[in-house]
Design a protein around this ligand. Structure first.
Ligand code: AMP
Length: 120
């Protein structure tokens, strides 16, 4: 697996070298608005630790960090008032997953009916 690249954009956001529109912030996780929204609500949730993707997170993160990540995804959906209407969570991983930023992130999408999961 490739080594974590400190220069990735989400690490710069964590270090406050780049700005973000925060949705939720706690000890282990951060949520912020995606700059290129694919739905009326499009939030990204990331762990603050240095994890390239879901596999590295599952293998190396503490149970506390893993619990925080899941809870922060749901807290973000709640902050955006998506709990009753519903939402979708996507984690792209690796090249077939079209992951662009090499720091684990979950997309939280909603605000309209999102249609089928994958275009055929
Ligand atoms: P992925 O293709 O799963 O790696 O998704 C990366 C996401 O990061 C895309 O939806 C981008 O729009 C988003 N993104 C890239 N740079 C920033 C940034 N500076 N602030 C917020 N979102 C970003």
């Amino acid at each position: 697996m490739s080594e974590y690249n400190d220069k990735n954009v989400f690490n710069q956001i964590i270090k406050k070298e780049l700005p973000c529109n925060e949705v939720e912030n706690n000890e282990n996780s951060l949520s912020f608005e995606d700059i290129n929204k694919q739905a009326p609500v499009h939030v990204l949730t990331i762990p603050k630790g240095k994890y390239t993707n879901l596999e590295s997170f599952a293998s190396n993160a503490s149970n506390e960090e893993i619990a925080s990540f899941i809870k922060t995804i749901v807290k973000s959906a709640k902050n955006k008032d998506l709990l009753s209407s519903g939402y979708r969570v996507i984690i792209n991983s690796g090249s077939d997953g079209n992951q662009e930023v090499p720091h684990l992130h979950a997309h939280v999408l909603g605000g309209k009916n999102l249609g089928p999961m994958i275009k055929k």
